[in-house]
Design a protein around this ligand. Structure first.
Ligand code: GLN
Length: 534
């Protein structure tokens, strides 16, 4: 059978952080509105095998796929915009490509040949890209190349994708280049030269862009688009403007108004009517996210609060849940670095403690737990957040100096301890308890009421757990265990009896929230936040 998958390659130029991931995800959303199956690949040209060992301050949140891969946060955008579950193979890194080629070389697969970037590395890249198309049988595979055109690191990827267009044919592969058009205040005008230069740089790799998406602060006009079309040698209707939007969820609508879908449908011959799409469900989502009242304020008590991208999925999940309950959420970022002045928490309607690693920020998080218990303020703890809830609860109930052995190996009360199977692991990369596992819910609990289900599946990323030796004692003191692994062995969710809303989960629900399907625990938390404000 001839394979007919269509590929849309998205590159970026001029500067980084212009929202290439959102732009690519928005293209995907538009194509989905034509009834097409769309999947996505993010290429990260760094040498790390995955994102798991990267500092969130540099790369933002680590997004965990259902099959347990620690990936780039752009996969989160793809899952939320396309409403699909991507596998770990959707994140290709230089590390993965080289590891695979070197493993083959050691096995003798290339016996006799000198192993080189071209053809061996580029062949491996093409194989990884095609594998996603084969596996998903998607109509369209979006391939976003991380970094900026001109980076040394991304060259083998661009070369491989150039070859892909040659091999798959012009009708099956197209290139979209996302650039930035700055507005110079002093000159009072937009400048197209950086876009021209970066297009020239892209062309020097042999790639001819079919479409240029110009990001800008303010809308640019038609003569300017014509100028870009002329100098960059693309069709005038393939120069698209995406000015800053008030919400990332508006970008598909912005690109749709610029007829991005229509151009793509015809350019890669998708064989469907260019007008046969319906974005009304997405319009409804955008509308529901615009609600301004009632406003609630949620404090996120974390270690990486200077870079909001570190908690990207949590932030988005809160927005989805707020829209679901008909409220507007404002997030207050509270640094847990030092102990918290609780005066700062007084105006907040609820608190959330996200996941994390390492001792730094722990004392501030424990302060927030105590504040929530003493003042009956809703508190949602995720992963490390849940572990902090257990530690502080134990401390408040006679187990002074209770701790996690992650932070104090000599604690007299190790209420959080490393999971047994983790104790023999030495390597740091990809070795945590990762990905989807079942969680059994107890009837009559906050969790069960929220999910309305007996068994749920959630994504994990941890090495530590509630120590079963303290389980009974903590339960006797009033801690409620509302979710466990199906064999009852691992505590997945804890709650408190005498509290309006106090729930901690060992898993990361934020990875499963979608704008059209807010996560049940986030919805329950947001409702409690609204109720607390009243
Ligand atoms: N550091 C904790 C653990 O490994 C929590 C991890 C997390 O919050 N993702 O269990």
């Amino acid at each position: 059978m001839i394979y007919l998958a269509k590929y849309i390659v998205v590159t970026g130029g001029v500067v980084s952080s212009i929202g290439k991931g959102i732009t690519a995800a928005s293209i995907g959303r538009i194509l989905r509105s034509y009834g097409l199956d769309v999947t996505a690949i993010k290429i990260d040209p760094y040498l790390n095998w995955d994102s798991g060992t990267l500092n969130p301050y540099q790369h933002g949140e680590v997004f965990v796929t259902y099959d347990g891969m620690e990936t780039d946060l752009d996969l989160g955008h793809y899952e939320r915009f396309l409403d699909v579950n991507l596998s770990g193979e959707s994140n290709i890194t230089t590390g993965k490509v080289y590891m695979s080629v070197i493993t083959k070389e050691r096995k003798g697969s290339y016996l006799g040949s000198c192993v080189q970037i071209i053809p061996h590395i580029t062949d491996e890249i093409k194989q990884m890209v095609r594998k996603m198309a084969d596996k998903t049988q998607a109509d369209v595979v979006l391939v976003e190349v991380g970094g900026t055109v001109g980076d040394i690191e991304s060259q083998p990827f661009l070369e491989a994708l150039r070859q892909l267009r040659n091999e798959e044919g012009h009708d099956n592969v197209m290139f979209v280049h996302v650039t930035y058009v700055p507005h110079l205040k002093a000159a009072g005008e937009f400048k197209t030269k950086p876009t021209q230069h970066s297009t020239k740089e892209l062309r020097s790799t042999g790639i001819i862009p079919d479409m240029i998406i110009c990001r800008s602060e303010e809308p640019i006009d038609t003569p300017l688009k014509k100028k870009i079309a002329h100098f960059c040698d693309v069709e005038p209707n393939a120069v698209v403007n995406a000015p800053d939007a008030s919400s990332i969820y508006e970008v598909p609508l912005v690109l749709d108004r610029e007829n991005v879908g229509k151009y793509i449908i015809n350019r890669i011959k998708l064989g469907i009517d260019e007008n046969s799409h319906d974005l009304s469900d997405w319009e409804n989502i955008v509308e529901s996210l615009k609600k301004e009242e009632p406003k609630v304020r949620v404090g996120i008590v974390g270690k990486y609060v200077e870079l909001e991208d570190s908690y990207m999925s949590i932030r988005e999940s809160l927005k989805h849940a707020a829209a679901h309950v008909g409220a507007k959420v404002e997030i207050e970022w509270i640094s847990a670095e030092d102990s918290i002045n609780t005066e700062k928490l007084k105006d907040l309607d609820s608190l959330l403690i996200p996941g994390g690693f390492g001792e730094r920020g722990i004392s501030g998080k424990l302060d927030a737990v105590r504040y929530s218990i003493e003042n009956q303020v809703p508190l949602f703890g995720i992963c490390l957040g849940m572990q902090c809830m257990v530690i502080e609860y134990a401390r408040l109930h006679g187990l002074e100096e209770a701790h996690s052995t992650e932070f104090d190996v000599d604690t007299p009360y190790p209420v959080i301890d490393m999971m047994e199977e983790q104790k023999k692991i030495k390597d740091m990369g990809g070795t945590m308890r990762l990905g989807s596992y079942d969680c059994k819910l107890q009837k009559g609990t906050l969790a069960h009421t929220a999910y309305q289900e007996d068994m749920v599946e959630e994504r994990h990323r941890h090495r530590f757990e509630l120590n079963n030796e303290y389980r009974e004692e903590l339960e006797n003191k009033g801690l409620k265990i509302s979710g466990t692994s199906p064999d009852d062995f691992l505590v997945e969710i804890i709650e408190l009896k005498d509290h309006p809303w106090f729930l901690g989960c060992q898993f990361h629900p934020e990875f499963k929230s979608r704008p059209n399907r807010a996560h049940p625990i986030f919805v329950s938390f947001m409702q409690a936040t609204v109720d607390h404000k009243k």
